[in-house]
Write a protein that binds this ligand. Structure first.
Ligand SMILES: Cc1cc2nc3c(=O)[nH]c(=O)nc-3n(C[C@H](O)[C@H](O)[C@H](O)COP(=O)(O)O)c2cc1C
Length: 490
């Protein structure tokens, strides 16, 4: 009897709680209904109160779930699942051997195909990729070991553990790491890798009190044996004509000190080097930095057309080859960034696929291809991309986002928000815990080595003994009719 009474009152309580909850929910829905009807900013919510809210929710969730459930393997942008998975497998040190057949649609216009040799070199005939010297006539020429290297990402845009893992991974793999425009941090040096110091338009790390280039600071940076070259940033693919943007939330006390700027306020660099108005000024600046540092100096740029580069090469011819940059880094117009305005990201500058052959061609035309090394960046993250770039005329390839994927990036597209879920582009200590340097540096190294190895595999398959012997006639590009044309005829 006692138990029946107990059960009866429990049921009564449950019914009461249920009715109360339903009542509360109904009240809440009425509140939302009235709020949606009254507000004037959102037409869908005003016309379809409550239900209209789901649209926003689904759009937000779609951004996250599309990549898991809905997008096909080769569908997403900027990088599709097939590209990302290739990087993940090589970063994990797993082989990239697949079974049954390719899932790639090779009749799509723009697809790169390589021309296989009837009699490829025997395994014992292939040679290891040899170091290539940049700036042979400088006081400290740089014999760069690797074809594949890490592109500029500033400490600021990426986190302390990310910089550390990249620098240690770069050392392990024997590749260089570019500082990006945020100056040289202790974490760049800590790993022991070769460093390319980038001089952005704000001259972070090498500026005097007025923001001008300081020779004294340049000498200090150059004094580090690890710093092998200096790269002047003219423009970056994601935002040509616009300076760097580091949102205030990411300007910590340490980053502010390295950059010599106030803590917590947006770090915005000028949209170009204020002291350089033309190519003459650019060649003067290159010469000056080379004299002060004794190290190779080049510049990074986006290509819009061949015209400015013909002007540059004409000028070099006039002034003498000694004034030429030691290298030019071309960034594809669809390049990556920590933060950039959408119209510039989407619409300005040629992709590296178009830009690299243009620049390589005119360098050959002017007979300067051997003096000025070409470095290419812009979605060159898988073996076929790198092999294509070498055949198109690059001597080196660099990647930013490829190495971010090796660190565990999931393409959450949150680099500008300080909320990166993988700890790569955030200074939130809690999120950084996910990025364990001890583990990730090996992934960086595996990826660099795996990528190089498979570029070598492509090179051997087309019949040359090392990747830098790849030439345009080894590549065919699929046209709109589904047939391919040799790259040398394009
Ligand atoms: C998070 C992030 C930060 C970057 N910071 C810089 C920078 O400081 N300086 C620069 O020249 N490029 C910067 N870039 C551009 C890269 O160096 C590279 O040129 C571009 O992303 C294209 O290469 P990718 O397709 O391999 O990423 C940045 C890119 C990313 C994703």
């Amino acid at each position: 009897m006692f138990f029946m009474d107990l059960a009866g009152s429990a049921i009564q309580w449950l019914v009461l709680v249920f009715v109360f909850t339903i009542g509360l929910a109904a009240l809440f829905l009425v509140f939302l209904f009235i709020a949606d009807r009254m507000q004037t900013g959102d037409a869908v919510r005003r016309n379809y109160p409550v239900i209209g809210r789901f649209r926003h929710l689904f759009i937000t969730l779609g951004e996250f779930f599309r990549q898991y459930f809905f997008a096909m393997d080769r569908e997403e942008l900027p990088f599709n699942r097939a590209q990302r998975e290739w990087i993940k497998r090589s970063a994990d040190g797993r082989g990239n051997t697949i079974a049954f057949g390719s899932t790639r649609n090779i009749s799509l216009p723009g697809t790169t195909l390589f021309v296989n040799a009837a009699f490829p070199p025997l395994d014992e005939q292939v040679t290891k990729t040899t170091p290539l010297v940049i700036g042979p006539n400088t006081r400290h020429p740089y014999a760069a070991q690797s074809i594949v290297n890490i592109s500029g990402m500033s400490y600021g845009a990426i986190s302390r553990p990310a910089v550390l893992a990249l620098s240690r991974g770069a050392k392990e793999a024997g590749i260089w790491m570019n500082t990006g425009e945020g100056g040289l941090s202790p974490y760049h040096l800590e790993g022991g890798a070769d460093i390319v110091f980038q001089i952005g338009t704000a001259k972070y790390g090498v500026r005097d009190d007025e923001g001008n280039l300081s020779d004294e600071k340049l000498r200090d940076v150059a004094a580090h044996e690890q710093v092998k070259m200096f790269e002047i940033k003219l423009s970056q693919g994601a935002k040509p004509g616009k300076g760097g943007i580091l949102p205030g939330a990411k300007v910590t006390a340490e980053i502010a000190a390295i950059r010599d700027i106030p803590k917590g306020s947006d770090s915005i660099s000028p949209n170009r080097h204020v002291e350089v108005d033309d190519w003459n000024g650019m060649l003067d600046l290159i010469g000056h930095i080379r004299t002060v540092t004794g190290k190779p100096v080049g510049f990074k740029t986006v290509v819009g057309s061949d015209v400015p580069f013909r002007e540059l090469l004409d000028l070099i011819k006039e002034r003498g080859i000694d004034c030429a940059p030691d290298f030019i880094t071309i960034d594809g117009g669809d390049g990556g960034t920590g933060a950039a305005p959408m119209p510039l990201m989407d619409l300005v500058g040629l992709s590296v696929r178009e830009a690299l052959p243009i620049l390589a061609k005119i360098l050959r035309e002017y007979g300067m291809k051997d003096q000025i090394r070409l470095i290419a960046a812009g979605k060159l993250v898988n073996p076929s991309d790198v092999a294509w770039a070498l055949a198109a005329g690059a001597e080196f390839v660099t990647s930013a986002r490829g190495f971010m994927f090796s660190l565990g990036c999931i393409q959450a597209l949150k680099c500008n928000k300080n909320t990166c879920p993988t700890g790569i582009t955030t200074h939130d200590a809690r999120l950084q815990k996910g990025l364990v340097v001890q583990d990730k540096y090996l992934k960086v190294a595996h990826y660099a080595k795996g990528l190089t190895k498979e570029v070598e595999t492509i090179a051997h398959s087309v019949g040359v003994s090392e990747p830098r012997q790849l030439k345009p006639h080894h590549v065919r590009i699929v046209q709109s009719d589904g047939n391919s044309v040799s790259m040398e005829h394009l």
